[in-house]
Design a protein around this ligand. Structure first.
Ligand code: FSO
Ligand code: SF4
Length: 556
């Protein structure tokens, strides 16, 4: 075995990737990612210890940990060289926070610190080659107890997703020191052998609370900068000018691309998780913002080929590019791939420089048409609650019998056809609430509407699952229901990568019970941890379509 990773739903054999990732991640990159996470735990250790002696380093360590964790999410960054550099930076930062802690300790206690130090806080080398070996040693399997390992990883993945959402907010000038503090406390706790299963279960629950807080922060950042998404018919067709395709989740990157392409004779389209950008008022003023091209992330191999112009990956999900279009792929932010051009970060107070992509686009053919027509989007909390009266009336008179939350992710596996089949099988009195790339399994089916309310209400990106929570809470309030589980809402969630873990923990934190989770339960959940989730939250795996739909409609 040269690597071990089981952080996503596509883990080989639903156990773990051991030679190369199903995602395309090499063993080298997997091991470097493990070492980077390990060192971030070491940084967290000192940052938290420093608080005990009255020094708060969160402004310095929090953003660093957040940005680096984001790069280790599935399908974000495949660039070994970039990980070597990040490990260098992490060693440097750890040294600096260590010194600050040691000095403050001595000053406060009048003696040198002589407490225990975990290896993540002390290991170092000058030799980059040793990074690879060390990464293999300190990965997931270094925790021997299966339940402790499972809980440590569940917390780490929840924090990774939180880091991604916090970073999107941070880019839009919204941050929260409490979230940084929690991320560090959680990472430090995964090094602590004295913590029991119960302690770690409590920390898992706390991760859910902070997940809600982080998603709320991002919702605030997005809506304050770009307005509240409004119901929109998103164009699926193409124009005859060359275009730039923007994928991933970063709205600030899209905004700057739109600004910099004004009057350049180049159009802009969204792909995958950038689709919801079409529903924000701020982006509607750009005439050259044409619509959405293609579908879910995993179809990019065919769709990027046909787009003919440059593609910018602002975050995950990147699939190792084919040679036929590799020279047209650009990454930025947390995303990266060896041999692919990377657009550097934003200078203080300025914009990223996308001129290379814009010039590239001008040399390209216009996109090949994949489809025509439109799909509805923009049903985040503000627009759904704007028609709350209509929704409540439809529930009360039986036109809407049930809402089915089918948020989360899409993926390559054929078993995900389950979600398309559920959407088709649900009776006409059911409305699907969705967010994230899971929607691509059914958002182009003609499911009609109920008195003008579309039967698929798309709240936006995976982080906009927060909107679905707000909608549930506000509906409960308006309908005089005390417990959100008494609402006619069922949850049939599809997961893929770590942001979906964060979303799942957020749903548990607001008290949602009875979630169906698929297409498989996470490989990183041990039998006993699954038992805890079943006992406390009635989580269940998906089953057969017909049977599940019957149960969903019966509120089971
Ligand atoms: Fe999907 Fe990928 Fe948004 Fe994920 S594109 S899978 S949960 O990155 O973040 O929903
Ligand atoms: Fe395997 Fe998923 Fe890890 Fe990639 S991210 S190596 S597919 S478990």
């Amino acid at each position: 075995m040269s690597m071990f990773c089981y952080q996503c739903q596509e883990a080989a054999g639903n156990e773990g990737c051991t030679v190369k990732g199903v995602c395309g991640k090499t063993d080298d990159v997997a091991n470097l990612q493990d070492l980077l996470v390990y060192l971030l735990k070491g940084v967290s250790f000192y940052a938290e210890k420093a608080k005990e002696v009255g020094v708060n380093l969160d402004q310095k360590t929090g953003p660093f940990i957040m940005k680096k964790l984001f790069t280790t999410i599935t399908n974000a960054n495949f660039d070994a060289e970039r990980f070597e550099e990040m490990i260098d930076e992490a060693l440097e930062l750890r040294e600096s926070v260590k010194n600050e802690f040691m000095e403050a300790y001595k000053e406060k206690n009048g003696k040198e610190y002589d407490g225990e130090l975990p290896e993540a806080a002390t290991w170092t080398t000058d030799n980059v080659d040793e990074y690879y070996q060390k990464g293999e040693e300190v990965g997931v399997l270094s925790t021997k107890d299966e339940d402790i390992r499972s809980l440590r990883e569940l917390i780490t993945y929840g924090v990774k997703g939180m880091a991604a959402y916090a970073d999107h907010a941070y880019i839009l000038d919204e941050s929260d020191l409490d979230i940084f503090e929690f991320m560090q406390r959680a990472l430090k706790s995964t090094l602590d052998d004295s913590l029991s299963v119960d302690d770690l279960v409590n920390l898992v629950m706390e991760t859910g609370d902070y997940a809600v807080q982080t998603m709320a922060l991002l919702d605030k950042a997005n809506t304050e900068n770009y307005g509240h998404p409004e119901p929109t018919e998103v164009n699926l067709g193409v124009n005859d000018r060359p275009g730039i395709l923007v994928s991933g989740h970063d709205l600030k990157d899209l905004e700057e691309i739109l600004e910099q392409t004004k009057n350049e004779g180049v159009d802009v389209y969204t792909h995958g998780e950038m689709l919801p950008a079409n529903s924000y008022p701020a982006f509607k003023d750009y005439d050259h913002f044409i619509g959405n091209y293609g579908n879910s992330w995993w179809l990019q191999k065919e769709e990027f080929d046909k787009f003919n112009g440059p593609v910018l990956l602002t975050t995950n999900c990147l699939v190792p590019p084919k040679e036929s279009y590799k020279d047209r792929v650009y990454t930025t932010g947390s995303a990266g791939f060896s041999g692919v051009s990377h657009i550097e970060g934003r200078p203080e107070g300025g914009q990223k420089d996308f001129s290379e992509i814009i010039e590239h686009a001008k040399q390209c053919d216009s996109p090949t048409e994949l489809e025509t027509g439109t799909i509805p989007g923009g049903f985040a909390h503000e627009s759904v609650m704007g028609v709350a009266d209509k929704v409540i009336e439809a529930v009360e008179n039986g036109d809407i019998e049930r809402f089915v939350v089918m948020a989360g992710c899409d993926g390559r596996h054929k078993t995900r056809e389950y979600y398309t089949d559920v959407a088709k099988e649900l009776p006409e009195e059911a409305v699907i609430l969705t967010a994230g790339c899971a929607k691509f399994r059914y958002n182009k089916l003609d499911l009609g509407d109920i008195g003008g309310i579309p039967r698929v209400l798309d709240a936006g990106q995976c982080n906009d699952s927060y909107s679905l929570v707000v909608i549930a809470q506000k509906l409960a309030e308006a309908m005089g229901v005390d417990d959100i589980n008494d609402l006619p809402i069922s949850y049939d969630i599809a997961w893929y990568e770590q942001k979906a873990v964060t979303v799942l923990l957020a749903l548990l934190a607001v008290g949602v019970k009875g979630i169906r989770l698929g297409p498989t339960l996470p490989a990183f959940l041990s039998e006993n941890v699954v038992k805890v989730l079943v006992e406390n939250f009635d989580i269940k795996p998906i089953g057969e379509v017909k049977e599940d739909v019957e149960k969903i409609m019966a509120g089971e």
